[in-house]
Ligand binder design. Structure first.
Ligand code: ADP
Ligand code: MG
Length: 930
């Protein structure tokens, strides 16, 4: 029994208050068919909605089976609607994208009935209204009458006590209306049916009771009902159970929803994914550009490491020092002649900028793992170069002995200007070899027994076990043979044209020496040069034998205990070749076309293993042992190293003269006479005349006599002019002694320009800690000189890319939010239907959130997938325009995962606001929305 007790309801819109119901009281029996008649706007729908719990009354009470609803909470009403009420609307209010079976199932789904059970019950309900054959159709595939029957089936499926129908035949023709009325009459047999209608004839014919409503007041009632109020007593409050729907059900429901409207879901996801695609594409491209920039930095830093030579000049200081004075010079007034000292100053800067670096101390700093510098050193690490001394000999095809340092053994004196130039034009000069050769030109100092120019150490790996660095193997390819695996294995390094300088080939004995000498003569004579153009087979090169003699092996000990250099004596060398180290050419390599760094000059490459072996051999050689045993006397000539008293100098001068031959003594005598004459000393004219008469033999004899009695100062003068004792250190260096603590140069490799700057800073800090000014490290920062503006450009590019990503992130987030907002907003009606079925606010927002979450996931995955697909053509375009495949747009997997999560979160936020708003909305209002 349903009792409506003095219910009033009024609507206030814009200051105007409309009384929809005015103190309406009506008692309804448990089983009757009530028709409510009245003109439009008389409050019929309002009354029905209040009975159905869709709308709230302002005053009065609705008593259901003796229970007052005055203190009902939202969930009590939800439960009441779900379990007690079935709604039928004029406009059917079916959910268009679901099959009619699902539409009917909906009320059961909300109340948490299991799937099989609700399917069965929905099917039965549909059979009951005569639609058993149409279960899989969509509402829009049915006629109006059929749709209304679906709505009735839906209203009945929960077997409610009350069915409320708001103008169920309003949109139907009269024949169909009759069928619906028959159905409702049938339904009303065992429950209460309240039907609002405009049609008094239908009401008269089918309804058991007619209530007339006008302006919110009941005007007439054909069959009023007065229950025994005394027996019922005061209406009490009791809480209803609640309509329950689990999260899994709402997820399944939303998944089902989405499945039934695939195209729509796809379009919404696609719209949402556009934002994700935007971010992902910019991320991909910026990742590609960043990787490219990093690669360039790494390869630039590999090609131009920070190089610190034992002897160096500060190119930076020279350039900056000169630039201050360079160009226009100092402006003067036009009142006289001023000297321009710019070129002199430049020269002075040049000489003063030559410095020696104390690499021993610096290496100690580098060897300390805790040094600041190690944070910034790249994968290639720090490489040390040692100045090992050795010569390489070989026989050409005619059996002539050749020396790889460019000097034909045995004809030291005849090396012509042309051949000297030809040798010095050997290609493949690195920055550091450029520096050292410059220095030797400036200071006139040459390295005794230095390794041949064409022989270069192959950069070893950062790890000791690796003979060849990956920097080398990455940038060079082996065209024949393999990389060296032992100390006695070397490779030939070709240039990009597959060639090696002609001179180097002669020096290695791979071409006949006689031809070379002929060419040099032609060059000196200014004749036309005829150079051989035939190629050498790789196999021939690999067969060729090279003999290595360490510097220490090129001295022989004489009977007097002194050592003599035999490196220029062909016979002596020849006799030693049998015991010399044979170098095997095991491979031919050349730089790859796209090589980033070419640390290996053209010529012959040997390994760090050979360097190590040479250092050990020098240490254990006899000459080094002898020199070390007596550190005060030169083992080459027995003289004292830099004596400070004149007596020793005089003795040494005498000893020196004694070693000379007749011709040399005679020449010396003549020179000394000439000098004293030039000096204006009163030379004895008779003595001069006598000397002019003498032959070489006599001259030498009288010179010996003269020396025997010569005053000490003359002997000291001879000593200063002719006798050179060198120094202990110079001797050891010439014999090939190398301290592992004293590299000749240090290369520090970093991975980026920024790290390079940090290494520079670390060296500056090191210099600050050094007490002695001479121990400070000077070097040339070539990359810094070349690239300072590039670093700025790279930073600008990075910031621009970050800005792009941020902007696209914000724009896309807003877009995703708006798209979800609109798509949820547009479904207000559906939310109203769900609420009418008894879904709680929470149920509704749950369903919508699950749905937007799934759409967010789809958007994210779709966005990532489309981006990955788009990267293919984008890369093709990038490669085409850049003309290089260095830049590769690629979406990092971590970023992809983050974007999917981001898409879900953004969509949820975008959907949360409208779905909350929609679920909060008064269901009656939601249903009125079209
Ligand atoms: P009927 O169904 O009899 O045509 P209604 O119950 O729909 O009448 O409406 C009764 C009165 O209440 C009408 O004057 C209508 O304009 C007003 N009304 C109904 N719902 C609202 C609402 N949500 N806001 C303002 N006025 C409303
Ligand atoms: Mg109405």
């Amino acid at each position: 029994m349903l009792q409506i007790k003095s219910i009033s309801k009024q609507y206030t819109t814009g200051g105007f208050t409309q009384k929809a119901l005015d103190d309406v009281s009506l008692n309804l029996r448990d089983s009757e068919f009530v028709a409510i008649l009245g003109p439009s706007g008389s409050g019929k729908t309002t009354l029905l909605n209040i009975i159905g719990g869709l709308d709230r009354y302002d005053s009065g009470d609705l008593v259901i089976n003796g229970i007052s609803t005055r203190r009902y909470k939202d969930r009590d009403w939800d439960s009441y609607r779900n379990h007690t009420i079935g709604f039928v609307f004029q406009s059917y209010n079916l959910i268009p994208h679901q099959s009619i079976l699902s539409n009917v199932e909906l009320a059961l789904t909300i109340s948490g009935v299991t799937k099989a059970d609700r399917r069965e019950r929905a099917r039965r309900a549909l059979e009951r209204v005569g639609l058993g054959d149409h279960v899989d159709k969509r509402p829009n595939q049915l006629s109006g009458g059929q749709m209304q029957r679906v709505a009735i089936a839906r209203a009945l499926v929960n077997d409610p006590d009350i069915v409320l129908a708001d103008e169920p035949t309003g949109a139907l023709d009269s024949d169909t209306s009759v069928q619906i009325m028959e159905l409702l009459k049938e339904v009303a047999r065992d429950r209460l049916v309240v039907m609002v209608t405009h049609n008094p004839e239908l009401a008269e014919e089918y309804a058991t009771r007619i209530v007339n409503l006008r302006d919110g007041v009941i005007r007439s009632d054909s069959d009023p009902y007065e229950p025994d109020t005394a027996a019922a007593g005061e209406a009490e409050h009791r809480t209803m159970g609640r309509a329950s729907m689990s999260f899994a059900t709402s997820l399944a429901l939303s998944f089902n929803n989405l499945r039934t409207k695939k195209a729509r879901t796809f379009l919404t996801s696609f719209a949402g994914s556009i934002g994700i695609i935007g971010i992902a594409l910019i991320l991909s491209v910026s990742t590609g550009v960043n990787t490219y920039i990093d690669d360039i930095q790494r390869s630039t830093m590999t090609a131009y490491p920070i190089t610190i030579d034992a002897e160096t000049f500060d190119l930076t200081e020279m350039m900056t020092g000169q630039s201050a004075d360079a160009g226009e010079g100092t402006a003067h007034k036009a009142d006289g002649i001023y000297p321009d000292d710019r070129s002199l100053k430049a020269t002075s800067t040049l000489t003063s900028s030559i410095t020696e670096n104390n690499l021993t101390d610096f290496k100690r700093y580098l060897d300390d793992e805790s040094s600041e510098i190690h944070q910034y050193v790249g994968d290639t690490g720090i490489q040390y170069t040692y100045d090992v001394r050795f010569s390489v000999f070989s026989h050409d095809e005619d059996g002539t002995l050749v020396n790889a340092d460019g000097v034909n053994v045995g004809d030291t004196g005849t090396s012509s200007m042309a051949s000297a130039m030809a040798t010095s034009t050997n290609s493949g000069m690195s920055a550091s070899s450029f520096t050292s050769s410059r220095i030797s030109m400036l200071t006139g100092k040459t390295d005794e027994n230095a390794a041949p120019d064409s022989f270069n150490e192959i950069m070893p790996g950062a790890d000791d076990s690796q003979l060849v660095s990956t920097v080398v193997t990455d940038n060079y390819r082996v065209v024949e043979g393999s990389w060296p695996k032992a100390a006695d294995e070397v490779v030939l390094v070709l240039d990009e044209n597959n060639s090696i300088p002609l001179t180097t080939l002669y020096e290695l004995g791979m071409l006949p020496a006689a031809d070379y000498n002929e060419m040099m003569s032609a060059l000196d004579a200014g004749d036309e040069l005829d150079t051989p153009q035939d190629k050498l087979d790789y196999a021939e090169a690999l067969d060729h034998e090279l003999y290595l003699l360490p510097a220490s092996d090129q001295y022989v000990k004489g009977d007097d205990g002194r050592y003599t250099y035999i490196g220029d004596d062909a016979d002596e060398i020849e006799s030693r070749l049998a015991d010399a180290t044979k170098l095997k050419v095991v491979g031919v390599v050349k730089a790859k076309k796209d090589a980033n760094a070419t640390p290996l000059p053209t010529g012959v490459g040997y390994t760090r293993a050979l360097t190590d072996e040479l250092i050990d051999r020098a240490d254990s050689s006899a000459i080094v042992a002898d020199q070390k045993a007596d550190a005060t006397h030169n083992v080459l000539n027995g003289m004292t190293f830099s004596p400070d008293d004149d007596a020793t100098k005089a003795d040494d001068a005498r000893a020196y003269v004694a070693t000379l031959g007749v011709t040399q003594k005679a020449t010396m005598a003549k020179t000394m006479m000439g000098q004293s004459a030039q000096a204006g000393q009163a030379a004895d004219p008779t003595q001069a005349a006598a000397m002019a008469q003498m032959d070489e033999q006599q001259l030498a004899a009288s010179f010996d006599q003269y020396i025997a009695t010569a005053p000490q100062e003359t002997l000291v003068a001879i000593y200063d002019r002719y006798v050179s004792t060198g120094s202990y250190d110079d001797n050891l260096a010439a014999f090939g002694v190398v301290s592992r603590d004293a590299p000749s140069s240090i290369n520090i490799y970093t991975d980026s320009f920024e790290d390079k700057d940090k290494v520079s800073d670390a060296i500056a800090h090191y210099n600050e800690t050094v007490d002695d000014e001479n121990d400070r490290i000077t070097y040339t920062d070539y990359v810094g000189l070349m690239m300072s503006s590039v670093t700025t450009i790279i930073n600008v590019i990075s910031y621009v890319l970050i800005a792009f990503v941020s902007v696209s992130l914000i724009v896309s987030s807003i877009m995703i939010g708006i798209i979800t907002y609109i798509s949820v907003l547009e479904r207000t009606k559906e939310i109203g239907i769900l609420r009418a079925m008894g879904a709680s606010k929470r149920n509704v927002s749950q369903v919508f959130n699950a749905e937007t979450g799934i759409i967010g996931l789809c958007s994210g995955v779709l966005g990532v997938a489309i981006t990955v697909a788009l990267n293919v053509p984008i890369n093709a375009v990038l490669h085409h325009f850049i003309g290089d495949d260095g830049v590769n747009a690629v979406l990092p997997p971590a970023a992809a995962a983050i974007l999917v999560v981001l898409s879900i979160v953004l969509t949820l936020i975008g959907g949360l606001i409208p779905s909350k708003k929609a679920s909060r909305q008064d269901p009656a209002t939601a249903l009125r929305t079209e």
